[in-house]
Design a protein around this ligand. Structure first.
Ligand SMILES: Cc1cc2nc3c(=O)[nH]c(=O)nc-3n(C[C@H](O)[C@H](O)[C@H](O)COP(=O)(O)OP(=O)(O)OC[C@H]3O[C@@H](n4cnc5c(N)ncnc54)[C@H](O)[C@@H]3O)c2cc1C
Ligand code: FES
Length: 558
């Protein structure tokens, strides 16, 4: 494997081909990537471009997400300070005239749903472009490897097959291309390597997946605390680990899967803390899950056996209380059902407490959403052809509501075929009977799976008042409560009074908590509140790209 180097704060960092800056830095133990306005330190957290806590300055350009940028030889990378734009901003990047893509079907997202949609739309005779922000398509379930790293298991190998089929279908695949704006039409605005792209499809399939819900405790913003999925990406895609000794917390099957994966990668897993009771106490649900999908349930049983074989302790009904910095390590304090406190000193704390759909594009375009009280997230209203309430707009996979990878594949196929028919003025094709049957089975499985685990949103009463609930603007629960005392109970007024949700991540983490706070304060049902409205740009974009797009759209009457 080729070795190159870049500098970080003047120190030479050797890296393997294909690694992101975040993975290369983690590989060498450099995990403090930026300073906040309140002197906090941050490192990678989500590992997937959502939290924007991994910002570094690269060759003089500030605000670059280390988890999304491939390391290149000779790069000069620095820790970012709170106000880099005033201190170190380089000249804006030159931006060429945007490419304007007119196509039958555009697909946003190259995961299980998006790749399947692109293949189906091509098979139905449509011209297709697929855009994905990551350098390699495959999405979160199929997480592909970087450079010449071999596939780890059948999950990655199956993903590689799907990626190959999408490429062979004749769809134009634009990876490394991030959608930052969406308007009626539909009209999509994207950035790829500093260049602007404008997409005008006749029909649009949104398949942007989900991101992880954290466990909000004091210290969850410290470098070394990251989502379980971020640790998984480090290992599955880049073959690096988040440290030697790792604690995993929250609730859900991903925590068990990643514990085994990291253990195979050489980590010592101090424990998995799960807020849910032991599955043995939910035998009825476990049996119903096995009936719905015996194969996936067997995979789950093998995972539990692997945890036992490797001696990884799983502590049920146990929740993380706080994480403290302990010299270069972290001290995680947790509490069991009897209120007994224990602490572990570890290199990394990983957290996953379920998922939130990435539905910003759907919401920008006005697709109807309903609040799912059980999962604590918004579900997109769709018909059987995956059409949303907005003409020409289809939604597939986890962005429309959590469903898992097998369901995402089927939904993608249905949506791609229907979008192709729509774009060619043909009658929309509904799902086949076999697809409907399979979807119903996968949804039944998911339903029981999340009854065995504990996906409910973290109870506000469990969050200590001093806990930062807005990572970006550094606002604690107590500060948000104070702001609510001064203002009438509405999400918008809470935002204006406290700045909660105004930061770079656009309220993706604090939004669900803020909505629950307002609901509790006003005594109104949570269903009455959606989260913070997404605002363009929904993803970071260089001002030069916005200006370049404006030039093209200025004279465009469409
Ligand atoms: C971090 C993480 C790890 C997971 N790991 C597992 C696992 O190991 N096993 C398991 O069973 N399930 C896992 N899941 C759940 C599983 O990934 C999903 O159920 C499945 O991937 C859903 O497929 P999808 O196509 O809807 O979304 P995804 O596979 O997430 O694909 C969505 C794609 O959209 C792209 N995208 C999003 N926004 C934009 C934008 N604005 N512009 C351009 N592209 C964009 C993303 O880069 C991504 O590639 C994980 C989920 C997450 C979030
Ligand atoms: S870790 Fe890079 S954006 Fe979250």
């Amino acid at each position: 494997m080729t070795k190159n180097d870049f500098t970080f704060e003047g120190r030479k960092i050797a890296f393997r081909d294909g690694l992101t800056l975040a993975a290369a830095l983690e590989d060498t133990g450099e995990r403090r990537l930026r300073y906040t306005a309140k002197d906090g330190q941050r490192g990678i957290f989500c590992g997937m471009g959502v939290c924007q806590d991994c910002l570094v300055t690269v060759d003089g350009h500030p605000n670059q997400r280390a988890c999304m940028i491939r390391a290149k030889a000779g790069m000069e990378v620095c820790r970012q300070t709170a106000l880099p734009a005033l201190e170190t901003a380089a000249q804006p990047l030159e931006t060429a005239t945007p490419e304007v893509i007119r196509v039958d079907v555009a697909v946003v997202g190259g995961g299980a749903a998006g790749l399947s949609a692109a293949i189906a739309a091509r098979e139905a005779g449509a011209s297709v472009v697929l855009l994905d922000e990551r350098k390699t398509t495959g999405g979160q379930y199929y997480k592909q490897t970087a450079g010449d790293i071999a596939a780890l298991d059948t999950q990655q190998a199956e993903g590689a097959d799907l990626v190959r089929s999408a490429a062979a279908s004749g769809a134009r695949i634009l990876s490394g291309t991030e959608i930052w704006g969406a308007f009626d039409g539909p009209l999509l605005l994207a950035e790829t390597e500093g260049s602007a792209v404008v997409v005008r499809p006749k029909a649009l399939v949104v398949a942007t997946g989900a991101y992880e819900r954290p466990v909000m405790v004091p210290g969850w913003t410290l470098p070394g605390v990251m989502t379980t999925g971020a640790a998984q990406t480090l290992w599955r895609s880049y073959r690096t680990t988040p440290g030697k000794r790792v604690l995993i917390c929250g609730s859900g099957p991903l925590n068990a899967q990643v514990a085994v994966e990291l253990a195979k990668g050489g980590c010592e897993i101090a424990a998995i803390l799960d807020t849910a009771p032991h599955p043995g106490q939910r035998l009825g649900e476990a049996a119903a899950m096995a009936l719905a999908d015996p194969k996936l349930s067997a995979k789950g049983a093998m995972l539990i056996a692997a945890l036992r074989r490797r001696g990884i302790p799983v502590r049920h009904k146990t929740r993380l209380l706080r994480v403290d910095q302990d010299a270069e390590r972290l001290r995680a304090v947790f509490e069991d059902a009897r209120g007994r406190e224990t602490a572990e000193t570890v290199d990394a704390v990983c957290m996953n407490d379920g998922f939130q759909p990435q539905n910003e594009i759907l919401r920008l375009l006005g697709a109807e959403m309903t609040y799912d009280t059980r999962y604590g997230h918004l579900r997109c209203t769709r018909d059987r052809a995956m059409a949303t309430t907005v003409p020409r707009l289809f939604a597939a996979g986890d962005c429309a509501g959590l469903g898992g990878a097998p369901a995402a594949r089927i939904e993608g196929t249905i949506a791609g075929r229907a979008a192709a028919a729509f774009s060619q003025n043909r009658q929309t094709v509904d799902a086949t009977a076999a697809e409907n049957l399979a979807l119903a089975r996968h949804r039944r499985f998911q339903d029981h799976l999340w009854r065995v685990y504990d996906p409910g949103p973290q109870d506000i009463d469990d969050i200590a008042p001093g806990t930062m609930i807005c990572r970006c603007e550094e606002i604690t629960l107590a500060e948000a409560e104070d702001a609510l005392n001064a203002e009438t109970g509405h999400l918008g007024t809470l935002k204006r009074a406290s700045r909660i949700g105004m930061g770079r991540c656009q309220g993706r983490y604090c939004g669900p908590v803020a909505a629950r706070l307002v609901a509790r304060r006003t005594g109104r049902p949570i269903e009455d509140f959606s989260f913070f409205a997404p605002r363009i740009p929904i993803k970071p974009v260089a001002i030069s790209v916005i200006l370049a797009v404006e030039e093209v759209l200025g004279g465009d009457e469409d």
